[in-house]
Design a protein around this ligand. Structure first.
Ligand code: FRU
Length: 498
């Protein structure tokens, strides 16, 4: 494995060093967005799970902080507790008295304690820790665990404030039963079971990282529906991905929305991201701009090959923060994901090309100096068979984004280094309907990351790529437009360096 500075994303979050997976404890407090994350402080593959920590004033520029919650060993039993995924919240006024008396507001983390001894897994239950200094240092609650059902597959607590009943709600998964279990609490310490939801959608993989929240409906002022996100299967077997359910939540039970006609039978899923590299996303708690709807961040990776990525000294990245909404369509309420508005503040030099008509040919756009940019364009495919772009094009590699037969495809089979895992080379495929004959694309390229938002966020494809050469004087920043089987128009092509 070679050192790979040119694979390190410039504007997506990566840790200074070592392994990361899920984002954890996303919470805003007092001018800071916190990003905790699953982290191995001691190595560049999964292990010693602890919560790493970073803070940001804008969700885009991150300051790295020391490990926030390290794994720990029970001195008597020698059992080890790893700090698995979970969420953070603010107990305003320290009402529940977890933090020392006099603490203004208490930051709380609810996470899964994964307890092992040697090679033996002993338990998975929900623990609580608290911080009186804005998440810098944490104390484990003396009466942990707070929820224990005697299971070894019970994890990823997603806790949020439910204002109508002035209480906290926790969604957890019974991973191998493909069920979400909902709990309630008035004080974050004592929790009561409320209800189950599950065994619908994709149940081919364990269910992980539930995220439950109200999501605003576009163009319907004040209206929202509850959406439950689950990290589970993928439209292609052998990979993990995320699905979502639209429904109602009355404070006790989450139910599928009968007015939302999307068929939800086992094996039929609502796909969140049609790429391979978006997983374990959760929402921010305590956002200053709650009325705009949830913001989520996901782990930009896939368990299929995550441990084998050809990057050192770090492994793993986070997605751009995504603003979430719902849009009413003929087939029901559809999830819409857009990068947060603030991302445009990263825009540097701009180049515009108004219009380009191509007939059975390809046309390079001028070479970028760096493979970190945003590209926006509209494509009018007309009667052409295939239209698209070759991205991250270098002398020895390219990634193809193309539209053909109503499908938006991302082909990374020749994207560069694909040999580190046999499941890495792949084609992603999302059904996309043209809007008045137009396909709108907003593409974020960031060294080893490509995030594609199609038709204003109706479809998203997120993938990692490792272009060749990773280093050297030939950048892999080439862009080429192409049309096969007819002619098509590309217009409003705008590119910003980042
Ligand atoms: C999801 C996950 C979670 C678990 C964590 C362990 O990627 O498997 O279910 O809490 O990662 O690192």
């Amino acid at each position: 494995q070679s050192t790979s500075p040119d694979y390190r994303p410039q504007y997506h979050f990566t840790p200074p060093q070592n392994w990361i997976n899920d984002p954890n404890g996303l919470v805003y407090y007092d001018g800071e967005y916190h990003l905790f994350y699953q982290h191995n402080p001691f190595g560049n593959e999964w292990g010693h799970m602890s919560w790493g920590h970073a803070v940001s004033p804008d969700l885009l520029h991150w300051e790295h902080l020391p490990v926030a919650i390290p794994e720990f060993t029970n001195p008597d039993t020698k059992a080890q507790t790893a700090i698995f995924s979970g969420s953070s919240m603010i107990d305003k006024g320290n009402k529940n008295g977890l933090c020392p008396t006099g603490t203004k507001d208490c930051m709380i983390a609810v996470y899964t304690g994964n307890v092992t001894k040697g090679d033996q897994q002993l338990a998975q239950y929900q623990n609580l820790a608290y911080s009186a200094d804005k998440g810098r240092t944490w104390t484990q609650y003396a009466k942990n665990p707070i929820v224990d059902i005697g299971s070894k597959e019970f994890r990823d607590p997603n806790v949020f404030w439910y204002a109508p009943q002035q209480k906290w709600v926790m969604a957890t998964v019974k991973a191998t039963e493909h069920r979400v279990a909902l709990y309630e609490s008035k004080d974050l310490k004592n929790w009561q079971f409320m209800s189950h939801f599950g065994n619908v959608g994709d149940t081919t993989k364990v269910w992980e990282c539930p995220a439950l929240m109200p999501v605003p409906i576009q163009n319907e002022k004040g209206k929202s529906r509850w959406v439950l996100f689950i990290s589970a299967g993928h439209p292609q077997a052998d990979y993990v991905g995320m699905q979502y359910f639209v429904g109602t939540f009355n404070g006790k039970e989450f139910k599928l929305d009968p007015a939302n006609p999307r068929p939800i039978a086992p094996s039929v899923m609502n796909v969140v991201d049609w790429g391979k590299d978006y997983y374990a996303a959760i929402q921010y708690n305590n956002l200053p701009t709650e009325q705009r709807g949830p913001v989520m961040i996901g782990w930009l990776n896939n368990w299929a090959y995550a441990n084998h990525l050809p990057t050192t000294p770090f492994k793993g990245a986070m997605s751009l923060p995504r603003q979430i909404s719902l849009k009413r369509t003929r087939t029901g309420l559809q999830l819409i994901q857009q990068p947060i508005e603030g991302v445009t503040r990263l825009r540097g030099d701009r180049r515009i090309q108004k219009i380009l008509r191509l007939t059975n040919q390809s046309q390079p756009l001028d070479q970028t100096t760096s493979n970190a940019y945003e590209l926006e364009l509209e494509i009018v495919p007309g009667a052409a068979k295939t239209v698209g772009l070759k991205l991250a094009k270098g002398p020895k590699s390219e990634t193809i984004l193309q539209y053909t037969d109503g499908l938006l495809q991302l082909d990374r089979r020749r994207s560069g280094n694909v040999s580190f895992d046999k499941r890495f080379p792949s084609i992603e495929e999302a059904p996309v309907a043209l809007q008045n004959g137009v396909l709108k694309l907003r593409i974020f390229i960031d060294k080893s990351i490509i995030e594609v938002f199609a038709n204003n966020g109706e479809r998203v494809i997120t993938d990692q790529i490792f272009p060749n050469p990773a280093t050297g004087d030939t950048p892999s920043g080439g862009i080429e437009l192409f049309v096969d089987g007819g002619s098509a128009v590309f217009r409003n092509i705008t590119r910003w360096t980042y």
